[in-house]
Design a protein around this ligand. Structure first.
Ligand SMILES: [Zn+2]
Length: 192
């Protein structure tokens, strides 16, 4: 049986968040690397559009979480938690969150996409021009940089592909220069 067939079976072919039967799709919780029935759920088009930010959040629609947050399936609990976090300024979602229990592993996954963080506190990496940097981007150095702990100097104009972000600090990214993984300060790079 495929993942979606297993989801259809366990949910009785209804949206596992709001019980709608319209336009059902498999949703695998980001940032999962592979899809399985344990990290996926069946959602309707209306839920999916709001989850993915393609439609405005309709707080009333999500009253359904009042029930679905008690699902026995961890994937459903995690998505209920994430959507309640997005809506927490409405008041009632916060009360539901207070009642909710996720074990440590589920909570860590639930938090992975930062839904619980305020926009202002999210760590956002920006280049010298204020352009947002994402993992996998390519940048070019805008000045010569001494590499800490070595005699190497990374020259201005050096292209660095496939950068990684320091998730603790918005000022740092990492990338390979001359085959060596180095830490680079974001204000000295330009996204290409
Ligand atoms: Zn739904």
């Amino acid at each position: 049986m495929s993942v979606i067939e297993k989801l259809q079976e366990r949910s009785n072919t209804t949206c596992e968040l709001c019980t709608s039967k319209t336009n059902l799709k498999q949703y695998t919780i980001p940032p999962s690397l592979n899809e399985s029935v344990d990290n996926s759920l069946l959602v309707c088009g209306s839920c999916l559009d709001q989850i993915e930010g393609n439609a405005e959040m309709d707080a009333n629609h999500w009253r359904c979480l009042n029930d679905s947050m008690w699902s026995e399936f961890v994937a459903v609990q995690i998505m209920a938690w994430r959507m309640l976090q997005r809506l927490r300024n409405e008041g009632w979602p916060k009360d539901l969150l207070d009642m909710m229990y996720l074990d440590d592993e589920a909570l860590a996954l639930a938090r992975a996409t930062g839904e619980h963080e305020d926009e202002a506190n999210k760590i956002i990496h920006r280049d010298i021009n204020g352009v947002i940097l994402e993992a996998g981007d390519s940048v070019v150095l805008v000045k010569d940089l001494k590499v800490k702990g070595s005699s190497m100097v990374a020259k201005q104009g050096t292209a660095v592909r496939n950068i990684r972000l320091d998730h603790e600090n918005a000022e740092y990214i990492e990338g390979k220069v001359d085959g060596q993984q180095i830490v680079i300060i974001t204000k000295y790079v330009k996204k290409t």
